[in-house]
Design a protein around this ligand. Structure first.
Ligand code: TXA
Ligand code: MG
Length: 326
């Protein structure tokens, strides 16, 4: 994919941050690392700048974006959090949690960020470079994942450079993202009970330790997704995925987890030889990109079963969407 811009790789230094802020202030797009994935940032108060995000990604106009801020205090100026929401924010911010709550009339956030909803999604990221950028910019930054719409999320500056070169002003290089999967998105029903709209970096178990039982999000389908971006086909590599495989069939690539199977493939990579779901989460998107390139964006990747515990739930959510018919 290419565009007309001369995309600059910015170092994780004061100078790199200064250039990033200059781009953002004039309404440009800057990709930056968070602990989950790289975000594609723009000034969240600037309608035209955020429209640029939608254009660069080819993102459908009905899909709202997450607004990033530097602190809980800054978030409280944007949304009205129910009491359980405030408790979750206190426990998990900064961190891989996004809270969706009614937007305040005086938030100053461009309407386009909400794509017509009365609620706004807000998050305080934990990655030091993301926080430094938010502090230096001194304002809210709208940022979806820095990939083309429907594709695999980027977990390194190289991923962003490959896919978004020419489409963004700058890419702030903070190395590889530690969590590797997107934030957990939590919304609230009318009486303030939290529900998970997207599993992610904070696990259900962790949320329930703070907020008690969390209701299951309403069933999502393509007609009425509760987080509008959660369409069933998403995170899609060029190759097809065959999930919960015991071993690769002839000609398939193999994405392993834990012990290797009897039969192997010439194109093989392991998400976590020690069977750690955290390590598998960190590696998932990068490994999908590697196998996809080796298969020349066609053929099939057989994927080992991933346990449904902790962040394993979020891994399986992404794998299921990556494997969905397109
Ligand atoms: O970890 C993350 O959350 C990363 C980093 C960059 O912060 N961001 C990210 O953004 O994953 P994106 O745009 O790829 O996914 C955001 C999801 C979409 O599914 C979108 O529909 C949902 O959040 N969302 C945003 N605003 C919403 C709202 N007001 N109500 C419900 N869902 C919302
Ligand atoms: Mg995304």
């Amino acid at each position: 994919m290419s565009g007309d811009l001369n995309t600059i790789r910015l170092s994780a230094t004061d100078r790199g941050l200064r250039v990033a802020v200059t781009f953002l202030r004039k309404g440009g797009l800057v990709a930056f690392p968070t602990e989950t994935v790289y975000g594609l940032g723009a000034d969240a108060r600037d309608e035209r700048a955020v429209a640029g995000i939608y254009r660069a990604k080819g993102r459908p106009a009905h899909n709202p974006v997450i607004v990033h801020v530097a602190s809980l205090q800054a978030a409280a100026r944007l949304i009205d959090l129910p009491s359980e929401g405030a408790r979750l924010a206190q426990a998990f911010w900064p961190g891989p949690l996004t809270l969706v709550a009614p937007v305040r009339a005086d938030s100053g956030i461009a309407d386009i960020c909400r794509a017509g909803a009365q609620t706004l999604a807000v998050r305080v990221p934990a990655a030091p470079l993301a926080l430094s950028l938010l502090q230096a910019f001194d304002g809210p930054i709208a940022a979806p994942s820095a990939n083309l719409s429907g594709k695999v999320s980027p977990t390194s500056a190289d991923h962003v450079m490959e896919e978004m070169h020419g489409l963004v002003e700058g890419v702030l290089d903070g190395g590889v993202c530690g969590v590797g999967l997107e934030s957990t998105i939590v919304g609230f029903d009318e009486d303030g009970t939290p529900c998970i709209l997207r599993p992610g970096g904070v696990t259900r178990e962790q949320l329930e330790q703070v907020a008690g039982p969390i209701s299951d999000a309403p069933v999502t389908n393509d007609l009425a997704p509760s987080a509008p971006g959660q369409l069933s086909s998403h995170y899609a590599p060029g190759a097809r995925l065959r999930l919960n495989a015991a071993q690769p069939e002839l000609g398939e690539a193999w994405l392993g987890f834990g012990e290797e199977p009897q039969r192997t493939s010439a194109i093989t990579i392991n998400l976590s030889p020690t069977a750690s779901v955290e390590e598998a989460a960190t590696n998932l998107f990068a490994h999908l990109r590697i196998l996809d390139a080796q298969l020349e964006y066609s053929g099939t990747i057989a994927v080992a079963a991933i346990p449904e515990n902790g962040i394993g739930l979020a891994i399986n959510d992404r794998l299921n969407r990556a494997a969905a018919p397109r």
